[in-house]
Design a protein around this ligand. Structure first.
Ligand code: PDD
Length: 289
């Protein structure tokens, strides 16, 4: 039985209840984070909490908890799964109103929820074969930098990919490839690693930032630069990144083979660097937390 945190209480996940007048339920009025925890330790926690603060500010909410309070909650939730790799899901909504009303009262008490679930690293076989992706017009709003729980467009886009036998939908807006339905985008062209710059078109991914950090630290040529649709289609390598899928090579886009149809040399290099970084980070964590 999995434990959850809801508004100051720890309780079995199956017993957690939110009133129907919660603005998260009625409007999707809230934000969230997904944080991988390796060996019981939340990975890149400061980065995730900083992004959470940005998302909250983006929807005009104050942080409901301090970093230390979040940390204590995660420690308790992870405690029953000693040493396991799990992902932490947290959600903050604007709270429960007196009636359904688009306008809100600033004094509402936010609803704060967290749970964990098993995390399964991507099947190593995918590192050898890669995955399929499709492209779709980005039908989301214009503040994709906010990690809002309002994910209907992302769900529909991801499902279109799954229905087409693909792992992800890569999104196109104004002639640019921006990110995936639930991942960031990298391409390799002429030996240079490219990813779109941060801005309202995409989520500032924590995995994205780590990939860039590792590339810079290892003198691999990389740039934050807009990726046009034609640059995407001519790429030698395409990858998608996220906290739960790490780095996944895309070897078929809209039914067309990418590069030579196999994950490329830069993917193998970065994947190795990413795994080494994770291993060293886990080994450096205190034994019991
Ligand atoms: N999603 N872009 C979008 C639209 C995302 O939903 C995600 C992650 C990312 C990658 O961000 P990060 O590297 O910080 O995980 C980019 C999570 C995993 C989710 O919604 O479940």
């Amino acid at each position: 039985m999995s434990l959850a945190y809801l508004n100051g209480e720890f309780l079995p996940l199956a017993a957690a209840r939110v009133p129907v007048l919660d603005r998260g339920f009625l409007f999707g009025d809230g934000v969230y984070e997904v944080i991988p925890a390796y060996g019981g330790h939340p990975f890149r926690l400061d980065h995730h909490l900083e992004r959470l603060a940005g998302s909250l500010a983006g929807i005009r909410m104050r942080p409901p908890l301090t970093a230390a309070e979040w940390q204590a909650i995660f420690r308790r939730l992870l405690q029953d799964h000693a040493g396991e790799d799990r992902s932490i899901y947290l959600q903050v909504t604007r709270g429960v109103g007196e009636r359904r009303d688009h306008g809100y009262d600033d004094r509402l008490v936010p609803t704060v929820f967290a749970m964990t679930s098993p995390i399964h690293p991507p099947d190593p076989a995918l590192g050898k074969t890669g995955v399929r992706a499709i492209t779709r017009h980005d039908i989301r709003w214009t503040r994709c930098d906010i990690k809002a729980i309002t994910l209907l467009a992302n769900l529909l886009l991801r499902q279109e990919a799954l229905d087409a036998g693909a792992a992800e939908a890569i999104l196109l807006r104004d002639g640019l490839a921006t990110e995936g339905a639930a991942s960031n985008l990298f391409v390799v062209r002429e030996g240079v690693l490219l990813t779109p710059p941060k801005g309202p078109r995409l989520l500032p991914g924590i995995t994205r930032d780590l990939v860039l950090e590792l590339a810079v630290a290892n003198d691999l040529p990389c740039r934050e630069e807009d990726i046009t649709e034609s640059a995407l289609r001519q790429a030698d390598e395409i990858w998608i990144t996220s906290s739960t899928r790490e780095i996944l090579p895309v070897t078929e886009l809209d039914g067309v083979i990418v590069g030579d149809g196999r994950p490329g040399p830069l993917y193998h290099r970065l994947h190795g660097l990413y795994q080494d970084y994770k291993r060293r980070w886990v080994a450096a964590q205190p034994a019991a937390s």
